[in-house]
Design a protein around this ligand. Structure first.
Ligand SMILES: Cc1cc2nc3c(=O)[nH]c(=O)nc-3n(C[C@H](O)[C@H](O)[C@H](O)COP(=O)(O)O)c2cc1C
Length: 367
């Protein structure tokens, strides 16, 4: 089965395991002539890199990307782009115990039940190291967006850690780059630092909610029914490790609203483009972008590898206990932010290319 790919025209296939020699992505369908080099992609990978603060895993990976094909003299050629990241910090001894025991909350038991064989070192293919490949592909998608739709800006940030939410009144975009949590609220950053430190020291972990916003997305991306922009966005976000919930715009909270409150009223703007009174829809109507901000949120579960002993079973079915030692993120939400941004970039570019292919500039004008 070939189920390691996503995207329609900008098609990303990732490969590799956490403790193999390398992992990476093959990107097929990237338009030719896009200016890109390893340094440009590296910029995005450095944001996901482990060990950047005491709040992320202390695994030391350089996460250096190499471009093996599809780029000539600093520009894409239209042929498959092969991106490779070598694994440099595999300590298999940290993972010896899990060869026999299934770690609760991990894919150990289901991979075993499905395949009858698994690379137990650090989770193998199910390890979130795979997300480095997505971030590399997302870097290429961003380069293509810069050339084809320069107004598109993609930003991700954390809006909740455990039960602690940001104060939307204190929202400050500039704050995102200033703290280790990618949180747009200085007060929350200070509070979360103390909170996560306590959890980390006690060997525990916590979940989070990440919001990813794409500004400057033109109206008209997406397609009705089976090609909805929101369908592809939800699938992209849900495919990230540890993600347990995805919502677009108002999301689950839309169920609490009346039709009157939820209506994004439409007015004619001064620049000849429609403007909306609000964005409960998250920038998507009928599967097609409205031209407003595209807003996606996803929830990640707490890191499963914790120092608290948990009950489990062995491969032979015996009851046992497990403490997952090794180096782990106390809140995977932090490093999931650049991953969510990368998935947004890939999906938006993919739909831009689909739109260009099907309708070109045939869209209806208003006014
Ligand atoms: C960026 C990122 C980093 C992660 N790091 C860890 C980690 O250090 N320890 C851990 O137990 N899980 C970590 N996870 C989550 C596991 O990969 C994930 O829970 C596991 O593969 C089971 O898959 P599922 O949660 O999607 O069902 C991470 C997830 C992401 C997105």
């Amino acid at each position: 089965m070939s189920i390691n790919s996503f995207g329609h025209l900008f098609r990303v296939t990732t490969w590799g395991e956490s403790h193999g020699p390398a992992l990476g992505a093959v990107v097929d369908g990237c338009p030719p002539g896009i200016e890109v080099d390893a340094a440009l992609i590296q910029h995005w990978l450095d944001r996901r890199k482990p060990g950047t603060s005491k709040y992320t895993t202390q695994r030391r990976e350089a996460d250096e990307v190499e471009i093996l094909s599809g780029v000539f003299e600093g520009r894409t050629t239209g042929t498959p782009v092969q991106l490779m990241i070598r694994n440099t910090d595999q300590r298999s001894k940290d993972y010896g115990e899990i060869a026999e025991k299934f770690r609760p909350g991990h894919a150990d038991i289901t991979y075993w039940q499905k395949y009858g064989i698994r690379d137990y070192r650090g989770g193998g293919r199910s390890s979130a190291r795979e997300t480095a490949a997505r971030v590399a592909a997302g870097g290429l998608a961003r380069a293509a967006l810069k050339a084809l739709a320069p107004e598109v800006q993609i930003t991700g940030y954390m809006v909740q850690m455990g039960p602690r939410k940001i104060d939307r009144e204190a929202f400050d975009m500039a704050e995102i780059e200033r703290n280790p949590f990618w949180v747009p609220d200085a007060g929350a950053a200070a509070d979360w630092a103390e909170y996560l430190d306590g959890l980390r020291k006690s060997g525990n972990s916590v979940g989070a909610v990440i919001e990813v916003v794409a500004k400057g997305v033109p109206a008209g991306l997406g397609a009705p029914i089976y090609g909805k922009l929101d369908t592809d966005l939800a699938a992209a976000m849900m495919s990230i490790n540890a993600v347990k919930g995805v919502e677009i715009g108002e999301g689950m909270a839309a169920a609490e609203l009346t039709g009157e409150a939820n209506a994004d009223e439409i007015f004619m703007g001064n620049d000849g483009r429609p403007v909306y009174s609000s964005n409960h829809a998250g920038g998507i109507l009928g599967g097609i972008s409205t031209g407003q901000e595209v807003v996606v949120r996803f929830a990640v579960k707490p890191t499963s590898s914790i120092l608290k002993p948990r009950q489990t079973i062995t491969k032979t079915g015996e009851a046992t206990e497990i403490v997952t030692k090794g180096r782990h993120d106390p809140c995977v939400g932090i490093r999931a932010v650049p991953v969510g941004e990368a998935m947004m970039a890939c999906v938006i570019l993919d739909h831009l290319l689909l739109h260009r292919g099907q309708v070109g500039d045939a869209g209806g004008r208003i006014g």
